[in-house]
Write a protein that binds this ligand. Structure first.
Ligand code: NAD
Length: 338
């Protein structure tokens, strides 16, 4: 927090529709008088000795400010490029990916009672990047699970449940098959659960979770789900589908020191520059960010305005079946603030 009472937050506008949806966030935050100053940084990847690296100024900015809001980044296709998102995650050790999915009144889906929170281990598991050829035609990929990384994300899940008032944490796993790796994750969960007697704890097999969630998501409203990396990747898209797709889902990447909040969707090159993008996912990510920063009143005020505009359904963007341009939707949210 600076002398002017404002928090400085790093803003990575991103590629494609990124700058358009970031503009909506900036306009709405200004109108809602959120005490935040944006520090815009460029993260266009640079190739250094065959490795993709993020410009140092961007790294310094996030390190200094602890909090960043990030638009989608287009991953350049070709050799030598690691996904920039993965690079950011590794650079700042963003060990937990939090993805809430809540039904949005006014946007019709087969379910109107979805309220799930999924926490994905973000640093190891199937994403450890350890793969090799054994002999021609045989490859091996290593799923790395450590007690340290498991403990960290599990403890975070319990703390998160306490913070948002969910009574229960559930581990999603396949320890029946991956006895050692998922077994370690599950055992660690049982140990961590003892530190949180006020939170209930249980475990469920991933396939069973998928079946039950698409059959009836309502019972999952009382839970925080936590799981190894790949399961979280897949199951969180399943949850997104339950509320109407990626255009509406926010996420937070939480680290020991820094946290980066971002929409789940990509840079949407097909509609970029046309003023057609829906900024809701980035807006909801920015609301998660405000809550993380303890600015709950501003978060509540903006969220209420967004849900009101969506429920009215008069000024919504094309992906939701409306005709409004990005800035018209943002304008309606600003009007709804009071
Ligand atoms: P995408 O999410 O960009 O687009 C998929 C479809 O959804 C497109 O038809 C697009 O128009 C639509 N869409 C997405 N967001 C929208 C929004 N806010 N409003 C309205 N419509 C929206 O996925 P893609 O096309 O597979 O990927 C495009 C690029 O984005 C790729 O370079 C990919 O690597 C990158 N990407 C980045 C992230 C990230 O930064 N977190 C995530 C996913 C993909």
């Amino acid at each position: 927090k600076g002398n002017d009472g404002k928090y400085t937050v790093t803003l990575i506008e991103g590629d494609g529709i990124g700058p358009e949806i970031a503009q909506s966030v900036k306009d709405i935050f200004t109108a809602a008088k959120v005490p935040i100053k944006w520090e815009s940084v460029d993260v266009t990847p640079q190739l250094k000795d065959g490795r993709t690296v993020i410009p140092q100024e961007a790294i310094d900015s996030v390190t200094r400010n602890y909090v960043a809001l990030k638009g989608p980044l287009a991953t350049p296709i070709g050799k030598g490029h690691v996904s920039l998102n993965l690079t950011l995650r590794r650079t700042f050790n963003l060990f937990a990916n939090v993805r809430p999915c809540k039904s949005i009144a006014g946007y019709q889906t087969p379910y109107d009672n979805v309220d799930t929170v999924l926490i994905r281990e973000n640093t190891e598991g199937e994403y450890s990047g350890i793969e090799h050829i054994v002999v021609d035609g045989v490859v091996q990929s290593i799923k790395l699970i450590t007690r340290a990384a498991s403990e960290r994300v599990l403890r975070f899940a319990f703390q998160y449940a306490l913070e948002v008032g969910k009574p229960k944490v559930r581990v999603v796993h396949k320890a029946t098959i991956m006895k050692m790796s998922d077994g370690l994750f599950l055992r660690t969960a049982r140990d961590v659960a003892k530190e949180f007697p006020q939170i209930e704890f249980d475990a469920e097999l991933l396939d069973n979770t998928c079946l039950k969630m698409v059959t009836d998501p309502a019972p999952y409203a009382d839970l925080v789900l936590v799981m190894p990396n790949l399961y979280g990747d897949i199951l969180s898209d399943l949850c997104a589908g339950l509320i109407g797709g990626l255009g509406l889902t926010p996420s937070g990447n939480i680290g020991d020191e820094c946290s980066i909040f971002e929409a789940v969707h990509g840079s949407a090159p097909d509609i970029a520059g046309k003023g057609l993008a829906n900024p809701t996912a980035l807006l909801l990510s920015s609301i998660m960010m405000l809550q993380h920063m303890g600015l709950h009143q501003h978060a509540e005020q903006i969220q209420t305005a967004i849900f009101k505009v969506l429920a009215e359904g008069k000024t919504i963007t094309g992906d939701l079946g409306g005709k409004a341009k990005t800035h018209e939707y943002a304008g309606a949210v600003i009007k709804a603030l009071n």
